[in-house]
Structures are given as structure tokens and as C-alpha cells.
Design a protein around this ligand. Structure first.
Ligand code: NAP
Length: 308
């Protein structure tokens, strides 16, 4: 006989583990499927300063604590990547890259978002070997080296600030003539002596020697030139991880699952929580809120009650 869970959650970030905590605590059999490591994007964030009550906690630790809290009430995590979802009947079927199938009466999609790629030639090969998406994770490899940060938002500015304490020099390139970043960090960055900001500048090509990254060709107001760089940190926003449900759940123009504050989707018993859904503010605190709301929705759905 196949096991049928009350709830399966896809994605182990703050939305997913909050949903798991609420579901398991309510006595429902709960499985969470996560490809790699817990915490989602916050695991690669470094210090989290805006989650109330936990001043400057490490993002990875916060993720691990959220998992431990959910597991304490009986939720389980399986580290497999979901490859297909069949949400067409009351018992939903989820296939993974391990060749297994899981069954559940309700599903919460909490797959979050991932860093947007530059889509330049050679990017795939250089990721982790010169090209990075997380300064807090990989910045330490570039002590006293030349690094380039690409982007103009808060992530790029925060990454450049962080790297300025480690690297010999940081060059921030941004495609417009003003930063998109708001707040004090942009002022702090401008005051750093080992940081330069190149506006109206776009990345064109990775420069390599014997396969190793040595620079970045950029195009600015004065034409094309090469910035010598040992490491390049790409911080150009995020894209929702919604490919699994494309054609199944409605997506907006950017690929976010269209769902309101109730996290309800167009399929009964299927909820979308956290950064993967349409919402005005993507933060850990709004993801955890979604996790709780989606769990409550699933509980009410399973009890045959009206949704919230
Ligand atoms: P973002 O605000 O969307 O900024 C992305 C930046 O990348 C923009 O400057 C954009 O340029 C640029 N960009 C996009 N595609 C590009 C491409 N193909 N080539 C070159 N540049 C490209 O993303 P984010 O910085 O990750 O921030 C996301 C949200 O989180 C924001 O609301 C941000 O305020 C918030 N956040 C807050 C904090 C904090 O408060 N400490 C820290 C991090 C993030 P354009 O400006 O031309 O569009």
C-alpha cells in the first residue's frame, strides 16, 4: 500500500518549514522535499538583521533552526529534487529525481526564487570557479584580490560593501546612471576607498586564460574595455522557481505563481507560499507568514471547511 501524506511541501526555505511546523504541530503527516540544503535563499544571506527577535542571526543557522522546530513535531525532510507534479486528482502525485513517487492530499509549493543569471557564454562552467551569486558564501576566496560586482540593487550594494572588507578592490558595474538600491548602504559604499562604481556599464563577455577567469569585458559610454577580475559576483535580481508548475498553475509575466495573501491557487488543496508567489514584499518574515497561512489553508481544506 502506498503511503499518502496529509501534506507535502515542496521547498525547504522559511515558507516551507513554517508550513511544515504548523502542519505537523496540528497532527498532520507532513513531508518536505528539498533538493539540497535547508533555508533556501536565507541560507546564503549571511547575517539576517530583519527577522524580529533574532538579532543578526546567521541565515544558515536560522534555516537549520526552522527545520529542527518542524522536525520536533514530526515533519520529515527528504533531500530529493521534484521533477514532476500531478495535481489533477484529490490524491496528488509528486515524482523526484531519485525515481520515487510521493502521494499527498494537499500540496504547498514553496520553491522560492533563485539568482538571475547573466546568460553570457561560459557562465555555467565558471559558476563557483570565478563567477558567484553569493558574496557572503564565496567572498572569502577573494582576500586581497580584484573583484567585480554586477547590479545596482540592494543586493549588489550589500555584496560590494561586504567584499570591500576582504578584496583589494571592488568594482561595481551598473547598467543605469543611478543605483536602484535604497538606504544607507549606498552612501557607505560611496565612502569606501577601495570601491569604484561604473555607471552605464554592462557586462559583455567573461575573459579567461587557460580556462580560468581573468576579467570581464564591459561596454560603457566610452566603448568596450576589460576589467581585470579574479572573481565576479552577479547580483541582478532573482527569478521565481516556478517551472514545475508552468502550465498547471497561473503565472504572472515574471513567472511568479498568481496567488493572494490566502496562498490559495486555482487547484483545490494546492497552495503557493513565499517568494514564488505574487506579493509586494519578499522577505523572510513574509515567507514565514505565508507558510503559516498556507498550512492553515491545507488544514481547513483537509477538514472540509471553508478556506480563510
Ligand atoms: P533588484 O532590486 O531587482 O536589482 C537588480 C539589479 O540588477 C537592478 O539594478 C537591475 O538593473 C540589474 N539587472 C537586472 N538584470 C540585469 C542584467 N541582465 N544585466 C545587468 N544588470 C541587470 O534585486 P536585488 O538587489 O536582489 O533586491 C531584491 C529586493 O530585495 C529589493 O526590493 C531590495 O530592496 C531587497 N533587498 C533588501 C536588502 C536590505 O534591505 N538590506 C538587501 C537585499 C535586497 P536596473 O536597475 O536597470 O533594473
Amino acid at each position: 500500500m502506498r503511503d499518502i501524506y496529509d501534506a507535502i511541501i515542496v521547498g525547504g526555505g522559511p515558507a516551507g518549514y513554517t508550513a511544515a511546523l504548523y502542519l505537523a504541530r496540528a497532527g498532520l503527516s507532513t513531508l518536505l522535499l528539498e533538493p539540497m540544503y535547508v533555508g533556501g535563499q536565507m541560507a546564503t544571506t549571511g547575517k539576517v538583521e530583519n527577522y524580529p527577535g533574532l538579532s543578526a542571526i546567521d541565515g544558515y543557522e536560522l534555516g537549520a533552526r526552522m527545520q529542527a522546530d518542524a522536525h520536533a513535531f514530526g515533519a520529515k525532510t527528504v533531500y530529493e529534487t521534484v521533477t514532476a507534479l500531478d495535481l489533477s486528482s484529490d490524491i496528488k502525485k509528486i515524482a523526484t529525481d531519485a525515481g520515487r513517487e510521493y502521494f499527498s492530499r494537499s500540496v504547498i509549493i514553496a520553491t522560492g526564487a533563485s539568482p538571475r543569471r547573466l546568460s553570457l557564454e561560459g557562465e555555467d562552467r565558471l559558476i563557483g570557479a570565478g563567477v558567484h551569486f553569493c558574496a557572503h558564501c564565496d567572498g572569502g576566496f577573494y582576500r586581497d584580490k580584484e573583484v567585480v560586482v554586477i547590479g545596482g540593487g540592494n543586493t549588489a550594494v550589500g555584496d560590494a560593501l561586504y567584499l570591500s572588507r576582504i578584496a583589494k578592490r571592488v568594482t561595481l558595474i551598473h547598467r543605469r546612471d543611478t543605483l536602484r538600491a535604497v538606504g544607507r548602504e549606498a552612501e557607505a559604499l560611496a565612502a569606501r576607498e577601495n570601491v569604484r562604481i561604473l555607471y552605464n556599464t554592462r557586462p559583455v563577455e567573461f575573459i579567461t586564460e587557460d580556462g580560468a577567469l581573468t576579467g570581464l569585458k564591459v561596454r560603457g559610454d566610452d566603448g568596450e574595455h576589460i576589467l581585470a577580475s579574479d572573481g565576479i559576483f552577479v547580483a541582478i535580481g532573482r527569478v521565481p522557481s516556478s517551472e514545475l508548475v508552468r502550465g498547471v498553475l497561473p503565472l504572472d509575466g515574471q513567472g511568479y505563481i498568481i496567488a493572494g495573501e490566502d496562498t490559495v491557487t486555482n487547484i483545490a488543496g494546492v497552495f503557493a507560499a513565499g517568494d514564488v508567489r505574487t506579493k509586494p514584499l519578499r522577505q523572510i518574515v513574509t515567507a514565514t507568514a505565508d507558510g503559516a497561512v498556507s498550512a492553515e489553508g491545507a488544514i481547513r481544506y483537509l477538514d472540509g471547511m471553508h478556506l480563510l
